[in-house]
Design a protein around this ligand. Structure first.
Ligand code: AMP
Ligand code: ZN
Length: 463
């Protein structure tokens, strides 16, 4: 039985979708104004891992991820580069998709873009006005939070009386908990900004309304799961609930799932703090993207994960051990006799699934895989793993990898990396940079790779 922690109730709950067999899921997607940083990618990766776990439990999953392609940041970026908004956001949407692919994140069921759904957003805003939940003011439209008694139920904010419509409105999309006010659904056009026609004059949508409009469009009034980073609980998700439930009169979300942040030296990784890495930075520096994937999965999703280079190097070493193991199991000859490993494999499988069922504990599931490596390695080393045992081990690895996505690898891809490092060391030596050369030698040594300098050039072997 799969249990998931629900932010709305602050409890782990048994997961049951409304419609048997089908999970309707919505994940807040990227704002396409720049490359995603690996903090964003941690959240998107978790969304994919959750889909994979649900699929392993036999569900069909309709996972919708929106693309925010109109907001202050995208508009500013396009103006800075002197290109149209759509040209600008198309480029960053492509980069986003490339990063997902590099990290082996499976595509969502649908990726609706905000600018393709202006009409649906206008319809929601009109309905909200008709039902007395929203009002126009100088060409903009605001949600009247005093009209919605449940406002604050997800995040725990308490709107005060003096924050009602006579006293204040907010035009920005992001704000602090102390600033709870009537928030903007539709913004009157500003000079030089892209705009669309509306009953209140030209304007553009606020940020929160797109998720309400597009989740209704693709999934209906009620979602089984809604996911987004913890920073979205307030105001974004609080506002989504108000908009959606006031519009449809039905429950908006049954399970709220909020992955924690990736941090760097104790601080949230973010563009505004300037302490961020993109996937491309790390790949350019020679790290294997699957090691980045492994690192991003290495803490439970409800815990913060501190990003360090040492952590990334440990992930590379862990993968190197795992891939080496799988390669050697594959080399066990057909028909070879050996010991029965059913008990070890069954134990790994039980642990693996128990971890997934316990609030999608991916690190726990990975530990089950590495335990099997540890259990079977001595047999391999002594030639006691037979063909039957090998095929049971490989069968488990394949099935585990449908969730984890870290085991499949091209044989020799690590060797290529080692070759590249050795070449870099050679260049460093030629340039007289012996410190760097030694650093590379030590790094390889840590992975059990020994370099020997021969008259024909450097050679390496595994110890
Ligand atoms: P954005 O493109 O800024 O709208 O963010 C996309 C997703 O990344 C949202 O679900 C955010 O909550 C999430 N996010 C932002 N910063 C971090 C971080 N440092 N670690 C993990 N997720 C993050
Ligand atoms: Zn959203």
């Amino acid at each position: 039985m799969l249990r998931i922690y629900n932010t709305a109730t602050r409890h782990k709950e048994e997961f049951k979708p409304l419609e048997p067999g089908l999970v309707k899921m919505y994940s807040c997607g990227p704002t396409v104004y720049d490359f995603p940083h690996i903090g964003n990618l941690r959240t998107f990766l978790f969304s994919d891992l959750l889909v994979r776990v649900l699929e392993r439990r036999g569900y069909e999953v309709h996972n919708v991820m929106n693309i925010t392609d109109v907001d202050d940041k995208t508009i500013n970026g396009a103006q800075r580069e002197g290109v149209s908004l759509s040209e600008y956001t198309r480029k960053y949407t492509e980069y986003f998709m490339e990063d997902l692919d590099t990290l082996r994140i499976k595509p969502a069921w649908e990726y609706p873009r905000a600018t393709d759904h202006i009409e649906q957003m206008l319809n929601v805003v009109k309905t909200l006005i008709e039902k007395g939940h929203a009002y126009e003011h100088e060409g903009s439209v605001y949600f009247d939070i005093s009209s919605y008694p449940n406002y604050g139920k997800l995040s725990g904010v308490v709107p005060e009386k003096h924050h009602s419509r006579q006293f204040g409105r907010l035009d920005n999309d992001e704000y602090e908990r102390e600033d709870v006010r009537d928030f903007v659904l539709w913004k009157a056009a500003k000079e030089g900004e892209p705009s669309w026609d509306s009953p209140w004059g030209p304007g553009r949508p606020g940020w929160h309304i797109e998720c309400t409009a597009m989740s209704i469009e693709y999934l209906g009034a009620t979602l089984d799961i809604h996911l987004g980073g913890v920073d979205l609980i307030f105001p974004h998700h609080e506002n989504e609930i108000a908009q959606s439930e006031a519009t449809t009169g039905q429950e908006f979300v049954r399970y709220w799932v909020h992955p924690e942040h990736l941090i760097v030296e104790g601080e949230k990784m973010s563009k505004s703090r300037g302490n961020f890495y993109t996937l491309r930075d790390l790949v350019e520096q020679g790290y294997d993207p699957i090691a980045v994937r492994h690192l991003l999965m290495s803490a439970h999703y409800r815990r913060q994960l501190n990003f360090t280079r040492e952590g990334l190097e440990q992930s590379e070493q862990a993968l190197s051990r795992l891939w080496d193991f799988v390669d050697r199991v594959r080399e066990v000859p057909n028909g070879a006799d050996g010991e029965d490993v059913s008990e070890q494999v069954d134990r790994a499988l039980t642990k693996f699934d128990a971890a997934l069922d316990d609030d999608v504990n991916i690190p726990g599931a990975m530990a089950a895989v590495f335990e099997l490596v540890r259990d079977v390695n001595p047999l391999l080393a002594e030639g006691r793993l037979g063909a039957n045992g090998a095929s049971r081990v490989l069968e488990f690895m394949e099935s585990a990898d449908e969730v984890l996505g870290i085991i499949e690898h091209e044989k020799g891809s690590l060797d290529e990396e080692i070759d590249a490092l050795i070449e870099e060391r050679q260049k460093a030596r030629e340039a007289g940079d012996y410190a760097r050369a030694d650093e590379i030698r030590d790094k390889l040594l840590e992975q059990g790779i020994v370099i020997e300098d021969t008259p024909q050039g450097p050679r390496w072997r595994r110890e």
